[in-house]
Design a protein around this ligand. Structure first.
Ligand code: ZN
Length: 213
């Protein structure tokens, strides 16, 4: 039995954190927020937030901290029952915001946010990124081996625009220089569970559940 209700899933690009985040959120009945896919959807809608985010995402840069924090705060204020964040916090400033925000602190006096840190060697990430596809209907990630989305059956599977080799290297570099230091700070106050992201979807999912027990 897993007790936690508040999770942040961190990992390098193509580590599988989106897939694993969704799986865990479904299993535990948590609200799920992927900051990356939410921002891509805002851009498609042409919203104010989307327009502000677009220039950064187009260059494979992290969006500024204030924008990411605004997105997450407005979302968290609507789901106090339990949530899983995918792709947040990505920097030191965001990590501090997650630990200090009144919305979150208000949910419990000793808020048990748990961080799941997926690790995958860079060579494997590079291999994965070339075959990754995203469902434009439900946002699930899959591989080019699939003809239809395994989750919703849609045939609209597209390569993500940010999955070019150059874009990937840039995001991996940002992860190493910005997110890994944030992880160190999170580790000082929160439980951080490091799990290998190597293996099948089900194997990794099981490894995560075992760590959380
Ligand atoms: Zn789908």
């Amino acid at each position: 039995m897993i007790e936690g209700r508040y999770f942040a899933m961190l990992g390098p690009p193509a580590s599988g954190k989106g897939t694993q985040g969704r799986l865990l959120a479904e299993r535990l009945g948590l609200a799920y927020l992927s900051t990356g896919s939410r921002l891509r959807r805002e851009i498609e809608k042409g919203s104010d937030l989307g327009l502000r985010a677009k220039t950064y995402l187009d260059c494979n840069q992290y969006v500024p901290d204030d924008l990411a924090i605004e997105l997450v705060h407005s979302w968290l204020s609507r789901c106090s029952e339990g949530w899983l964040l995918d792709g947040f916090p990505r920097s030191l400033v965001q990590a501090r915001a997650l630990m200090e925000t009144p919305i979150i602190v208000g949910t419990s006096s000793d808020l048990p946010i748990q961080v799941i840190h997926l690790t995958v060697p860079a060579a494997e990430l590079r291999k994965r990124v070339t075959t990754r596809r995203e469902c434009s209907n439900c946002g699930a990630t899959t591989t080019s081996d699939h003809q239809v989305c395994p989750k919703c059956g849609s045939a609209e599977l597209i390569a993500r625009a940010d999955d070019s080799t150059e874009g990937f290297e840039k995001r991996l570099q940002s992860y190493q220089s910005l997110t890994l230091p944030a992880l160190k700070v999170l580790q000082e106050s929160l439980a951080v569970h490091t799990v290998s992201g190597l293996g099948s979807r089900d194997e990794v999912s099981l490894a995560i559940q075992e760590k959380l027990r």
